[in-house]
Design a protein around this ligand. Structure first.
Ligand code: GLV
Ligand code: MN
Ligand code: MN
Length: 426
């Protein structure tokens, strides 16, 4: 599908120099928004910490010479137009997210936006002429703290589920509509965020690997070939609330005890299916929740991930049987994101950038979901660049990287932007 017609002069690429000190400063400053005592970050989407971080980042984008706007889904869009009449010219976009998981780390998402900003600064300073606009996109709620994840990129291409913005996964948590209203947006106008895929020549995302492979190989760059399918569900378990002191054990219908059986059986079923699939029950809420009340209701999240849809389907069937075997228990599908293959021409461009910089690289799949998943099904050529993370840890306060790897990732991103700017990709 992709045609490489002209390779950008190597001399153009070699003029670009990202600055590790500047990137480091940005990443450390960003990590202050929502920082916790143990070194972690609590910056869930549209929380006060997230809003403050977004303001700070918009200022950095403006300083770097980007025209900054926010769309109806609260995505932040920074655009660099190389000429006055390029407003309708398809852009090369880079992006990631600024929100974190609860008690998450400093670099998931943050590396992609700060690295994208540093790449743009370095490209501008190099004075290499750009044949098309660049955009830096900060997507809203990639982590799914409100509902299903990759919200901003799906809103941008009209891919939201019906009524999604009015739903929330557990009682007590605000829906996206409520939080959008809280920050001054009109949720009824969410469709104003929709753009055409034809506005984008290419989408590139720089990210930490979030796993142990690159570190164990001693390789600083991962060239991502594909991103796993992610299927999310909610499991509802109903029991009967009652007095925890007076109800004999044999007369109880304890929702948490039934949930525990489901959790163990699901874990065994996924493990038995082999190493090409993972499954996690990562969220559990119990009602009413007190020392002296037998749990009456449990709601849990379930997630299955694999590169192969054909592996997910039988495991899902097995889990449906498990759930049916436990009284008053229900499995509701929440969202299915198909696995995606990334663009081979972009992968080649990343690899050439590594070779010419003398940087080792490794081709690999992503077990984590990303906004980059949204683009390939729309026909937008998409690439992802990974850097190692220390001990493979992510989505936790211990998430860490080296500044050298961060700068290498941003350099390869900048070089790849210039390289693909010189390609004609159909
Ligand atoms: C995002 O980090 C995800 O993989 O869920
Ligand atoms: Mn994440
Ligand atoms: Mn991420």
């Amino acid at each position: 599908m992709a045609l490489l017609s002209r390779r950008r002069g190597i001399s153009d690429v070699s003029k670009i120099r990202v600055r590790e000190d500047r990137l480091r400063k940005d990443l450390l400053e960003l990590a202050r928004y929502g920082e916790e005592q143990d070194g972690g970050v609590m910056r869930t989407a549209l929380s006060d910490a997230d809003m403050e971080a977004r303001c700070w980042f918009k200022d950095r984008m403006s300083e770097a010479g980007l025209r900054v706007r926010e769309d109806a889904a609260a995505n932040i869009i920074g655009r660099l137009d190389p000429m006055a009449d390029s407003a309708d010219t398809p852009c090369i976009a880079m992006g990631s997210h600024i929100d974190t998981v609860p008690h998450g780390g400093r670099f998931d998402g943050a590396l992609g936006i700060c690295g994208g900003l540093e790449a743009i600064r370095a490209i501008r300073e190099s004075k290499v002429p750009l044949p098309c606009p660049l955009e830096l996109l900060v997507f809203t709620d990639e982590e799914g703290s409100h509902y299903a994840g990759t919200f901003g990129s799906r809103a941008m291409f009209n891919l939201l589920l019906e009524d999604e913005i009015h739903r929330s996964r557990s009682s007590g948590k605000p829906s996206l509509a409520k939080d959008l209203e809280r920050i001054g947006k009109d949720p009824e106008r969410i469709a104003q965020a929709v753009r055409s895929p034809s506005n984008f020549r290419v989408f590139l995302e720089l990210h930490i690997e979030q796993g142990p492979i690159l570190e164990s190989l001693g390789v600083p760059i991962g060239v991502v070939e594909g991103i796993v399918a992610v299927h999310r569900y909610t499991i509802h378990v109903k029991g009967m609330a009652g007095h925890a002191g007076t109800t004999p054990m044999r007369r109880r219908d304890d929702a948490l005890v039934k949930a525990a059986r489901v959790i163990t059986a699901v874990n065994e079923a996924v493990t038995a299916a082999g190493p090409s699939i993972v499954g996690t029950i990562g969220e559990l809420s119990l009602y009413p929740g007190a020392f002296n009340i037998i749990p009456g209701e449990v709601t849990m999240s379930l997630e299955l991930r694999s590169m192969k849809e054909s592996v997910i389907q039988p495991v899902q069937g097995h889990i449906e049987e498990i759930v049916r075997s436990v009284s008053n228990t229900r499995l509701d599908p929440l969202l299915s994101k198909g696995g995606v293959d990334l663009d081979p021409v972009i992968m080649d461009a990343i690899e050439i950038s590594c070779r010419e910089g003398g940087i080792l690289f490794h081709r690999m799949a992503s077990g984590a979901g990303h906004d980059a998943m949204t683009f390939p099904p729309l026909g937008v050529p998409t690439g992802m660049i990974f850097i190692p993370c220390v001990d493979g840890r992510s989505h936790c306060p211990d998430e860490n990287i080296t500044w050298k790897d961060a700068a290498t990732g941003a350099q390869i991103l900048a070089d790849t932007v210039i390289r693909v700017a010189g390609l004609r990709i159909n």
